[in-house]
Write a protein that binds this ligand. Sequence first.
Ligand SMILES: [Zn+2]
Length: 447
Amino acid sequence: MLVSTHGDITSGLGVVEDDAVRLTSELIRIDTTNTGDPDTVVGERAAAEYVAEQLGDVGYEPTYVESGDRPGRGNVFVRLPGADPSRGALLVHGHLDVVPADASEWSVHPFSGAVQDGYVWGRGAVDMKDMLGMSLAVARRFKRENIVPPRDIIFAFLADEEAGGLQGSQWLVANRPDLFEGATEAISEVGGFSVTFKDGVRSYLVETAEKGIAWLKLKVRARAGHGSMVHEDNAVTKLAAAVARLGTHRFPIVMTDSVREFLAGVTEITGWEFPEDDLDGAIGKLGAISRIVGATLRDTANPTMLTAGYKANVIPSVAEATVDCRVLPGRQEAFERELAEILGPDVEREWISLPPVETSFDGALVDAMTSSITAEDPGAHVLPYMLSGGTDAKAFQKLDIRCFGFAPLQLPADLDFASLFHGVDERVPVDALKFGTRVLNRFLLSS
Ligand SMILES: [Zn+2]
């Protein structure tokens, strides 16, 4: 039965919307803090078991898989067969882990999942237990009501995204590609949310590209010695100078297709101009989202860690630094050349790299995203954009899966959504979750 072909596809959705709110809140209550150190990660197994239980309750037979080289990195999968098995499957993926939160800084406890003042509060509310809650609620509805989507849908709930997915999606793609068999397209986080550029004009941004991540370790070796002596060959001095040069360097503006298309769309909607000779200034008009867009105009390299020495009067032989580099699609070689020039020959470099992602904003899936949003918010505009950060899409593109950020939320015009990611008092409007659940329901029935 293809429900989308007859009658009102949203009838009885109130229950599903409430389910999404409950699931989001309950998922937040399971602390899944990922510090980046695999030995201190907690809660992923408990969260995966919770998800498996919620899916099992309505008749799914979920697959539980642990990823990586430590126990407890829980992942859950279900596959819902579609009407046309000859079509590629759609992967709907989300991560179970969250970044740490310091309760003393919050107005509510970060793992309370409190539903108050029209919001669901807590770590993961927008990154990304909201999307987990919405997709779980829709997956549960489809099973309960024997709804057959147009094609196979794989729902995947994953570990370790917040540490680059090396113990999660990257591991799964390398070791268990069978779990994603036949998947040709995917949706996940950091896209589909609304931005209000001008009064009454809402735009929804679909993520079609991501910068690459390149975590760079710098090392300088020099001569050890006594801190009281004249000493020319000091590792700390040399490293500090290199780090300062890199940290203050501004990489050139490079327009990519995604950014160009996004800015052209904004111009069409608002009339705002983005002249090439003052892009940095003009981007400021975009409000809260300008920080993300600004970071997609150029490569960046931010020093984040420094370490050297062990005693005040000993000049150490080694000094090290870590730099968080984010590289535009197509820029990796040019970026590395520029970086080598800035650092000079005496600085050793070691990389952990995750490539950029870029796809085009067209095709049937994009049409389904657009129509499912405009069905719920008539007159809205849907635009592609590039994310300055990274997601599990980096792993799934290795399987030639076309990846989009589409976790739909209709947000209040004055909400600084970008700052809620990894921020204090992370929260998601209850109405946004309900809206997103309706959009996701439509989308999965029409994609
Ligand atoms: Zn996330």
